[in-house]
Design a protein around this ligand. Structure first.
Ligand SMILES: Cc1ncc(C[n+]2csc(CCOP(=O)(O)OP(=O)(O)O)c2C)c(N)n1
Ligand SMILES: [Mg+2]
Length: 546
């Protein structure tokens, strides 16, 4: 069998549905093999778009998303998506081409050592040097990509190897069950939790990855222990739950940190230090139990006193079964904090000024969207407002990146979310800066016939950095620009462009766009002038409840 045919067969064996990417001449054998495969090739307009889509496929399905590029410049364009998948815990396989390795055809033209370039940003990176190794390499790449903590893997398929003959063979896929936590670790955790006075539950990205919702909801319902989440842990438990204190959009000084500071034990489920810290551990502060698939990676802001290592949902089930709610537990302060958080963060939710405040844009979107609608964010200052002010009702319904925190992933991740959830409304929310980093993928979305809404928060600036600049006492400098006419831009792609002129108009436009077919771009003027005052000044000066 031709090696490239075998490669495609090995991917089919793994259940691959899509390959996202941009082929180059070094991939032409592989491309030809794909011709007769049920795997769908999705062409994108930049390798970043393909990589972010593949990573998001992995994030939402737990199975590696696959993307394809040529050698050199195509492969170097995968660097950011690789880091995005690797830091974000998203299983993804990148396949890149290479010039022939048995003889030199064009000297060193376009040759970059891609396998080594990928080393620090992947879990596995390998060049295929003989067709007979393909089946094992592909199987191992998939295994490694999915193994906790999931991440990016890379296989380089040189042109001459792709064309050679190889033995036809694929490996059977063995189902791997994740190990249970040790019984002693569970009983020690139970002792600590029962002995604590004000235990608090934190839910992080790992709990969203493997859907620990049922187990965690049962835990909270039985124990009454209040909880908060990280940005990537949003939606694991319905955030309308009466024990929900809020999302740690900032690492410190937000209202919910009053509760964190008062707690004597944080039960941390599924968070690791790769995501921006939801709080800072201090030497003299409370204890932390780390419940995750792996033991805690230690950092100066995170050094838990106890680990419970094993499948997260099963660990939580064991804790729920074993724990006895204690009469000395006192959650009254946490419930007061909850009330305070709810009233403080909704202060500007119904402010109707235009350009809109991010707070009111977030509230309006929550009102207009359904429980299973998905909002995919790019990176900008609005991420903080969504994390704080947008309650999620279900798993993975607010997709954001708080690990690499890259700009440019919002649109491709929304496209992927829509392909996986065709029945749900999907809205990408991007800053004008981040949108422009991969705006060419509007063509891909239109070509794929996706029904998608893109809200572009337009402040004609890199607003997040302006906010930081102001917060650090610097003068406004170097962060403003001009945008294209986004309505005309949308139209030029065959999408529909909208430019709301008032708060009410935004609501009407959003309603129309989310109930129509096709791609809709909404150019929404945003007013960030209160960000500094609210997020820097007022939070710093706030007094915690006594
Ligand atoms: C690829 C990349 N480049 C730079 C940054 C640093 N950065 C973070 S947010 C931001 C500005 C975002 O601007 P925009 O997308 O317009 O969103 P806004 O904050 O204005 O709403 C920048 C430059 C980044 N996170 N990722
Ligand atoms: Mg901006």
């Amino acid at each position: 069998m031709k090696a490239s045919d075998l490669f495609v067969k090995a991917l089919e064996n793994e259940g691959v549905e899509y390959i996202f990417g941009i082929p180059g001449e070094e991939n032409l054998d592989f491309l030809d093999s794909l011709k007769n495969s049920p795997i769908k090739l999705i062409l994108t307009r930049h390798e970043q778009g393909a990589g972010f889509m593949a990573a998001t496929y992995g994030r939402l399905t737990g199975k590696p998303g696959v993307c394809l590029s040529t050698l050199g410049p195509g492969a170097t364009n995968f660097v950011t998506p690789a880091a995005y998948a690797q830091l974000g815990g998203m299983p993804m396989l990148m396949i890149t081409g290479q010039k022939p390795i048995k003889e030199s055809k064009q000297g060193q033209f376009q040759i970059v050592d891609i396998v080594n370039m990928m080393r620090p940003i992947t879990k596995f990176t390998k060049q295929v040097v003989h067709g007979n190794t393909i089946a094992a390499i592909v199987r191992e790449a998939f295994r490694v990509a999915m193994e906790e903590r999931p991440g990016a893997v890379h296989i380089e398929l040189p042109e001459d190897i792709a064309a050679e003959e190889s033995d036809e063979y694929v490996y059977q896929i063995a189902e791997v069950r994740r190990p249970d936590a040790d019984a002693k670790a569970i009983s020690r955790a139970v002792e600590k939790i029962e002995a604590a006075k004000m235990p608090l539950l934190l839910i992080g990205a790992g709990a969203n990855r493997k859907r620990a919702s049922v187990a965690l909801t049962a835990f909270v319902n039985k124990t009454g222990i209040p909880f908060f989440n990280t940005q990537m842990g949003k939606g694991v438990i319905d955030e309308r739950h009466e024990c929900f204190l809020g999302t740690a959009a900032l690492s410190s000084a937000d209202f919910l940190h009053c509760a964190v500071e008062r707690s004597d034990l944080i039960i941390n489920v599924g968070h690791d230090v790769i995501e921006k810290p939801p709080f800072f551990m201090k030497d003299s502060g409370q204890e932390v139990i780390h419940i995750n698939f792996n033991d805690a990676q230690i950092d100066s802001v995170y050094f838990p006193q106890q680990d419970v290592v094993g499948d997260v949902a099963t660990s939580i089930q064991h804790l729920t079964e074993t724990l006895t709610p204690q009469p000395h537990w006192d959650f009254s302060y946490f419930h007061r904090v909850r009330k305070e958080v709810l009233s403080r963060i909704s202060t500007y939710s119904h402010d109707e000024r235009f350009p809109v405040l991010p707070q009111s844009a977030v509230a309006l979107m929550r009102e207009e969207l359904d429980a299973d609608s998905i909002v995919a964010l790019d990176n900008g200052v609005y991420k903080i407002w969504f994390a704080r002010n947008y309650p999620c009702y279900q798993n993975n319904t607010l997709l954001l990146d708080n690990a690499l925190a890259t700009m440019g992933a919002g649109l491709p991740s929304a496209m992927m979310a829509k392909m996986i959830n065709p029945e749900s409304k999907v809205v990408a929310v991007c800053g004008d800066g981040g949108f422009m980093m991969n705006s060419q993928e509007v063509e891909t979305a239109v070509r794929l016939g996706l029904d998608l809404v893109v809200v572009i928060l337009n402040d004609s600036a890199y607003g997040m950095i302006k906010w930081k600049q102001e917060g650090m006492g610097f003068n406004n400098f170097g962060l403003d620009y001009q945008n294209p006419d986004f309505v005309k831009y949308a139209e030029s792609y065959g999408a529909t462009g909208h430019r709301p002129t008032s708060y009410d108009d935004f609501r009407a436009v959003l309603k129309t766009a989310t109930h129509s077919t096709g791609v809709h771009l909404i150019d929404l003027a945003v007013d960030y002038s209160l960000n500094h005052e609210i997020l820097n000044v007022r939070l710093k000066d706030k007094a915690c409840l006594v």
